[in-house]
Design a protein. Structure first.
Ligand code: URP
Ligand code: ZN
Ligand code: ZN
Length: 483
């Protein structure tokens, strides 16, 4: 047998389906053998006593996304992917965002230019469709789906991105015809606008009123409407960044009726509450994101949803804006009203460790479910499986080797993103990725990143073929799609 480039020895492997002990043999960036007692490789890593899992796939993060309001995202494809790698993520799927009036093709070409030469781990693109003209729907979108951009996000809020119900129906119909997956940001835009006006008129301008302007009802109504529109068209959808009980109830209701409605949630809905928007001196702006974090009771419902199968994916929704920066949270000034604060918080690097430490090590989430939520299901939903999202012969050697005996306090200065804060500052964790391996190369060996800008490859996505979601503990999103 030809010599192996790397052997990860004595691994306690966890996949979404199995848990077993073996050596992992890697050649040319691909897993070529899983067995005990493999012959020596050119390089050896001893993983004795440690969990070895498929590298994380962050299926919802925003990197260097062009903005229209004078703000600028703090992370580009270099800092963002370094940060991801240091947190155990080996694939990211950010968004090529169509600006109104722009062609989708131009948005994709621009986004490739932003990624090239910078990414240190592999990446695919979702599209954001904000201007579904006849040409976009009839020609551009089908062409791009066929070329490997098989998922796209649509918004029910934000003036520069939102679609009305008719536009949503027409866009969903293209997804059905072409076999794409639609991610939906579900918040009722008119309710938000009306509430915002009332709050501002009453002088309620502080960051904490962001939460009051986007209450649970606003998300519940839009979630229900998104489900209804997708039922009418008969097409699967993913409701992204679900924040609490009333939206969970809608998704569970849809899943119970056999509809292909998938759910995504994020760390901010497990670890933050609306009280984090209360900070003095505008510090509450650091946690302004949409939907906003809710309360403890809603956090519990989100934890329950991760355990009982309402959610298929757990993503960061990393949307990085610096706090002390005129292009960041203070773009409209130090005392800007809540509606002028850019929405979004960082979380690419902390996503996996937060869920592992507080979910797996506390016994709330089984290790296999953790892998499904953070990697395997993401690969399946977005047509990257089985090349990504598994530890199997023939899969890319994207691995994370966990340190689970750590006593760590999250400090922003130790993170690798380009944001000047983390919402999780001071949180204590018991786990962190000790090593991240991307296509057989060590890119993070705590405490050092070992990355080469531009080594990350673009991944065209196959059409997803997800099976119906089932409310089970260990949910599998069905059939393999080509990688
Ligand atoms: O507040 C958020 N979530 N900002 C990022 C953009 C989005 O809607 O996901
Ligand atoms: Zn969104
Ligand atoms: Zn987002």
């Amino acid at each position: 047998m030809e010599e192996l480039d790397l052997v990860v020895r004595n691994a306690h492997v966890v996949t979404a389906a199995d848990e077993f002990d073996c050596d992992i043999g890697i050649r040319d960036g691909v897993i070529v053998s899983l067995a005990r007692g493999l012959p020596a490789g050119r390089k050896e890593i001893d993983a004795a006593g440690r969990y070895v899992m498929p590298g994380g796939i962050d299926g919802h993060c925003h990197l260097d996304q062009p903005m229209t309001d004078g703000t600028k995202m703090a992370d580009d494809f270099h800092s963002g992917t370094v940060s991801a790698a240091c947190g155990g993520t080996t694939t990211v799927v950010p968004f090529a965002c169509q600006l109104k009036g722009q062609s989708l093709r131009a948005a994709v070409e621009d986004y490739h230019r932003r990624a090239e030469g910078k990414a240190v781990i592999d990446y695919a693109f979702h599209l954001i469709v904000s201007d579904p003209t006849p040409d976009v729907l009839q020609r551009e979108l089908p062409e791009l789906i066929a070329e490997g951009y098989t998922s796209f996000k649509i918004y029910m809020t934000y003036d520069d991105l939102k679609l009305n119900d008719r536009q949503i129906l027409e866009t969903l119909a293209v997804a059905r015809r072409e076999g794409a997956l639609v991610m939906i940001h579900a918040e009722n835009t008119d309710c938000i606008a009306w509430l915002t006006e009332q709050l501002l008129a009453a002088g309620h301008t502080a960051p904490r009123f962001h939460a009051a302007s986007r209450p649970m009802l606003v998300e519940r109504e839009a979630t229900h409407r998104a489900i209804s529109l997708s039922e009418l068209v008969d097409v699967p959808i993913l409701i992204v960044h679900v924040s609490g009980k009333e939206a969970v109830e809608q998704i569970r209701w849809a899943q119970g009726r056999g509809l292909q409605v998938y759910g995504e949630t994020c760390p901010q809905y497990l670890f933050l509450t609306s009280e984090h928007l209360d900070g003095d001196d505008f510090h509450g702006a650091k946690c302004v994101c949409s939907p906003p974090p809710r309360d403890k009771a809603n956090q519990q419902v989100i934890w329950d949803g991760l355990e009982n199968g309402v959610f298929q994916v757990f993503s960061s929704d990393h949307a990085p804006f610096r706090f002390d920066d005129p292009q960041g949270k203070k773009a409209a000034g130090e005392n800007a009203s809540f509606d002028q604060i850019p929405n979004g918080i960082p979380g690419l690097e902390t996503r996996l460790a937060l869920l592992f430490s507080e979910g797996v090590l506390t016994g709330r989430i089984e290790p296999q479910s953790f892998v499904a939520l953070t990697s395997t299901n993401v690969a399946k939903l977005y047509g990257l499986y089985p090349r990504k999202g598994s530890i199997a012969v023939g899969a890319d050697a994207d691995l994370v080797i966990w340190d689970t005996d750590v006593n760590l306090t999250i400090r922003n200065e130790q993170l690798h993103h380009n944001v000047d804060y983390t919402p999780y500052e001071g949180m204590k964790l018991r786990a962190w990725p000790g090593m991240t391996i991307s296509r057989g190369e060590v890119v993070w060996s705590a405490p050092h990143a070992q990355v080469q800008p531009g080594r990350g490859k673009f991944l065209p996505c196959a059409k997803p073929t997800p099976a119906r979601p089932r409310s089970e503990r260990r949910l599998s999103i069905g059939g393999a799609t080509q990688g």
